[in-house]
Design a protein around this ligand. Sequence first.
Ligand code: CA
Ligand code: CA
Ligand code: CA
Length: 248
Amino acid sequence: MQRTLISMLFTLFAVSAGASTITIVPASSISNAYADESAWVQSNFGSSFEPETLETFNEFTASDTTGYTSLSTSVGTFSVAGSSQPGSSTLSTGTHQNQFTILDSSDTPFSGRYSTTPGGGNWLDSNDITGVKLTTSLNTLLFMITDVNDTGGTLTIKTQDGTQSSAFVPSSTAQNGDLYFVAITSPNPIGEVWFLNSSNADGWGIDDLGTIVDPPAPTPEPATLSIAGLGLAGIVLAKKYKTSRSAC
Ligand SMILES: [Ca+2]
Ligand SMILES: [Ca+2]
Ligand SMILES: [Ca+2]
């Protein structure tokens, strides 16, 4: 009973912290994650909206020896968060520096992180550093994230307005490589999103970042247009005929 009350208070606190919301949904497979994404978009914005992927990281070169402190992408700029710590040099490999990396399945020194893009390719990897920041002008940000909290760390996602969540629930059967769909939405541009890890030996991979779109209604078929055009021409001709007859 007391636990319920505490969790209710905690929920209220999380909601009142800021205008944005963070939704974390565990997924059993990549296709399941995309189904969760579509369902979330439709239930929050209506059936005319759909998710649109903007960043697959496939335009970058994957390398476990090249790291970044800042990287401009289609959804905003990723950078190393202030006071971030480098990945452990004994427990992780990668660049051994306070940098994040772009990896693919042949380059990765980490297990359980992968591209969620259909057909494979690259992802952005935390390289086990403890803080990554994304600065974005989007109001709604959608993404897939892998390998969270599998070796004792806790990942917290926090937005600029103070909203935060660490509601990752690893599956007991497939903890290494666990996949989540995450949605962040705000009435205003989200601004900064922090990915803060409690351990420098428990990183994660992020991929397929995007937003929501409301596709325009399909344009009428050319045949329909010409029929409509003929109808309009008919009305004009009839009017002209009427006018010329009344002039007689
Ligand atoms: Ca990818
Ligand atoms: Ca792992
Ligand atoms: Ca991990």
